[in-house]
Design a protein around this ligand. Structure first.
Ligand SMILES: Nc1ncnc2c1ncn2[C@@H]1O[C@H](COP(=O)(O)OP(=O)(O)OP(=O)(O)O)[C@@H](O)[C@H]1O
Ligand SMILES: [Mg+2]
Length: 180
């Protein structure tokens, strides 16, 4: 059985900085992260512990290093991994995952997905180069990607070139089934 430190499901909490609007409205930050502990205090007495807790000032790079780096390395050893963000609207899921595509985004602001893709292709390149240097047969890799949006019980294929880019007709031919 996996020990608690090596559990297959890990939960991280990230607290985003206040938005300008929240500051203007005089909202207070009601979270207090216990130094050196993955614990957050809500108000005075409600404490919650996670595998990781990232406070307001945490950087994208830190999140990646702590939560995702090991999983991408694991792919090369044949392990599957899933990373997903969960939280109420405006809590920072898109920011953290890095799917709000903007070519102007600074490198340090890049989220999990562009970092993971970069890491994966770098890992492939390194392994091929290593094999070449050792005079062994270079390993073969196959990478496939899907990009789907699930919104209001409808699945949209965001890589479907035939989709109406103006989203006037968002109809998708992918159906969600309750069972087989
Ligand atoms: N860690 C952060 N540092 C700086 N800005 C952040 C951070 N997290 C979120 N934001 C900003 O807060 C706003 C809301 O975040 P985001 O759009 O990622 O929320 P969301 O959870 O994806 O919301 P929705 O469910 O509505 O899609 C955005 O303007 C985003 O840039
Ligand atoms: Mg979002």
């Amino acid at each position: 059985m996996a020990s608690q430190n090596d559990c297959c499901v890990k939960v991280s909490l990230r607290i985003r900085p206040q938005m300008a609007k929240e500051k203007i409205e005089g909202c207070h930050v009601c979270t207090l992260v216990t130094p050196g502990e993955p614990q957050v205090l809500l108000g005075k007495d409600k404490a919650f512990t996670y595998d990781f807790v990232f406070d307001i000032d945490s950087a994208q790079k830190q999140i990646y290093a702590a939560c995702v780096h090991k999983l991408i390395e694991g792919c090369f050893d044949g392990y599957n991994a899933t990373v997903f963000a969960y939280g109420q609207t405006g809590s920072g899921k898109t920011y953290t995952m890095g799917t709000g595509f903007d070519v102007n985004v600074q490198e340090e602001e890049q989220g999990i997905i562009p970092r993971a893709v970069h890491h994966l292709f770098l890992g492939i390149k390194e392994r091929k180069t290593q094999a070449q240097q050792q005079g062994t047969h270079p390993p073969e890799f196959k990478v496939s990607a899907q990009f789907l949006e699930l919104y209001n019980e409808e699945i949209l294929d965001l890589f479907d070139g035939a989709r109406d880019p103006d989203c006037k007709s968002r109809k998708s031919n992918i159906k969600i089934h309750e069972d087989s």
